[in-house]
Design a protein around this ligand. Sequence first.
Ligand SMILES: O=C(O)[C@H]1O[C@H](OP(=O)(O)OP(=O)(O)OC[C@H]2O[C@@H](n3ccc(=O)[nH]c3=O)[C@H](O)[C@@H]2O)[C@H](O)[C@@H](O)[C@@H]1O
Length: 429
Amino acid sequence: MSQVNEHNAPSTPGKLKPEKSPYIHHRLRIHSSLSKLTLWSSFFLAFILFLFILSPPSPSASPRRALGDSWGGSHWEKRVAKSARRSSSSSLAVLVTGASGFVGTHVSLALKRRGDGVLGLDNFNRYYDPNLKRARQRLLDRAGVFIVDGDLNDAVLLSKLFDVVPFTHVMHLAAQAGVRYAMQNPGSYVHSNIAGFVNLLEACKNANPQPAVVWASSSSVYGLNSKVPFSEKDRTDQPASLYAASKKAGEEIAHSYNHIYGLAITGLRFFTVYGPWGRPDMAYFFFTKDILKGKQITIFESPDGGTVARDFTYIDDIVKGCLGALDTSKKSTGSGGKKKGPAQLRVFNLGNTSPVPVSELVAILEKLLKVKAKKKMLPMPTNGDVKFTHANISLAHRDLGYRPTTDLETGLRKFVKWYLEFYSKKSSW
Ligand SMILES: O=C(O)[C@H]1O[C@H](OP(=O)(O)OP(=O)(O)OC[C@H]2O[C@@H](n3ccc(=O)[nH]c3=O)[C@H](O)[C@@H]2O)[C@H](O)[C@@H](O)[C@@H]1O
């Protein structure tokens, strides 16, 4: 029986192919398969490129990274180490996440000013004007703070940062902020405030030494709680928005990492923070912009016709609270992912203890801007807002020495001054 080797084996049983030149025949087949493969690969690549061009910008995507920005290398590591270098062994080495954000920028500057080592991390997403974030980055750069362009969800990057710098503390301020936006883009709250936070805590628990963690929770966790002023002992199980729910989830996640791994964690419930270099998505900021443009602004009233009020808190007071929390943090007790003993777990309100109706906020802005606002009163939409916030800060006063000193008019005057300078044509930013 003639032997049939694998090269001239028939593709259809029972039919033998002509025996002449099997080698050439095989080459022709490979050649034709390669051409088909190349053709289909080109179609596929063109299709991917087409989808990429068509896709809308995601708020969680960094414009620079989309163009192939990368991290790593010895030059990059030197910059990281230099930025995080502390002036003395008693100073802190702090990783500030969300460093190009509003609170992140102010806290980073304050830490650097007093000699702490500071490294920033930020994904420069497009939730609001990335130019403002880049201007804050330049401000920090001049002060010697380097911001790594990266996402909290990048576990390899986080682990690298902890390899390069033995951080004593992490100030975690990166988050998807905004109460009303949560209805438009719920996924971004899960990505940053839940998945990102877990990823960061994973990196912290694996680090050796483990850092102490201070992070931004929110007054919104009080949700539908009606007992005022809000105390840390009050119930926080009725969030009115996904944003609030994601921050409350963060508090529970913090509890579990503290319990399992011995991470020392402090959550700070910020109350409507405002001031220079602020967030354009917040009411005081876009009211200023719209009043100056002569555009109508909408002021929410509670459904029963009563006032809607906030315990607006000035940024410098918040910064003092953040530094107080870092300075009173105890060391984490675990190492290399293993708990060695109970660790500190705290939550504090950082508010101003003086709620102001939104209509009063507008009256102050009109006075400072010397422009009458075009106002429209509307019932508060039921998309996450709460009627009233008011902080009881006795715990933060006792444990952090926190004492806010800036009333709304004084703080808004400083904000308006910054706003006019920043957005004037003469501005060098
Ligand atoms: O304290 C907090 O935890 C939260 O504070 C703010 O949330 P919010 O207090 O809602 O701040 P704004 O969005 O600036 O609203 C301030 C007030 O203006 C009102 N408002 C807002 C928008 C508008 O068009 N009209 C209006 O009257 C709101 O109802 C609210 O009472 C921040 O946006 C959140 O990221 C933060 O976590």
